[in-house]
Design a protein around this ligand. Sequence first.
Ligand code: ATR
Length: 268
Amino acid sequence: MKYAVIGDPISHSLSPIMHNANFEALGMEASYEALHVPINDFHRIREIIEEKQLDGFNITIPHKERIIPYLDEIDEQSRAVGAVNTVKIVNNRWIGYNTDGLGYLTGLKQIYPDVANAYILILGAGGASKGIANELSNYVQPKLTVGNRTMNRFESWNLDINAISLKEAENYLDEFDIIINTTSAGLNDNTESVISLENLSPNSLVSDIVYIPYKTPFLKIAESKGNHIHNGLDMFVYQGAESFKIWTGKQPNIQEMKYAVLKKLQGE
Ligand code: ATR
């Protein structure tokens, strides 16, 4: 069996290390590689993948939306989110899935078992936020709250959520059990937290979907206040685990997947 991840840039992707560690742990004869596909070549994506004779592939930035017109089928979650991160190829038919939201929720449950009853604030209203909100809204009892810098981003949302500004998020912060940052503030040497954490309750879990850096400014501030923090590593591992289940119908070795990524992150 042959798999890959496509994206641009792609050379730093940890997906090959993670999936190959899983194949090895399960004694499977399978391979997973990183394929650099620039936007300008994307119109040839069917050819590129067919040449490689893949059984499935993952899609990462910047192609998660661009892949959709090339699919033969798309699942409900991908349709709702408007983005696909996993394609399964069966008899040359391409079926699109999105495992990011489920990956995030599965990771979150490990450290916050009572997610179903939590009051949750999601910061950001981009593609990543939509995927997570869509998955959480099927599982969590209290209505979700989503805070964003630009309110007109919510116009394309058809989920039943409370949409608030970042200022309101700061003011009502202590009402939430779990606060999830999906914004790109705090990336690329930006040392600012997306919102002030002045009103943070000491009992809240503070979560970020990013794991490089391992602790974003948002997580560092929360940790310095003594809060329990959770980065995006689990989301990455579980989205990969869900892709593997879709491709093979088998249960992955999650521990080996996570260990392989951690080892690489620690430079070993
Ligand atoms: P993704 O698909 O990864 O979610 P995206 O669709 O580009 O990426 O969305 C980025 C999110 O980060 C948006 O919610 C964006 O807010 P706007 O809708 O107001 O642009 C948010 N974001 C990015 N930089 C930010 C910053 N410095 N402060 C606050 N929000 C920021």
